[in-house]
Design a protein around this ligand. Structure first.
Ligand code: ZN
Length: 91
């Protein structure tokens, strides 16, 4: 029996929910409390977390090839769809 739980990919709300990395694997920027509060951190099924905007850009580029289609940009394990979220700013 393995103790590894495969959680559904989702937005991360705190440092405690991060599994493998404490910073974005694309930009290298550390996740801050503000980025958790603004729902800007997204964790894939493999456990790798990314800044949401960087992840969307990476996924959109990867989806052009069938070999990288819908995969984690870091470990290339198969991932589910990443939701498209629209952020509105009240001015
Ligand atoms: Zn991964």
């Amino acid at each position: 029996m393995s103790n590894i739980k495969l959680k559904a990919p989702s937005f991360v709300n705190s440092h405690l929910d991060l599994d493998k990395n404490k910073y974005c694997l694309i930009s290298g920027a550390l996740f801050t409390e503000a980025s958790f509060a603004n729902h800007q951190v997204y964790k894939l099924k493999c456990g790798h977390s990314f800044d949401y905007k960087n992840l969307l850009l990476a996924i959109s580029l990867q989806n052009e090839s069938i070999y990288t289609y819908r995969r984690c940009p870091f470990c290339l394990s198969i991932s589910d769809r990443v939701p498209f979220k629209i952020f509105k700013k009240m001015c």
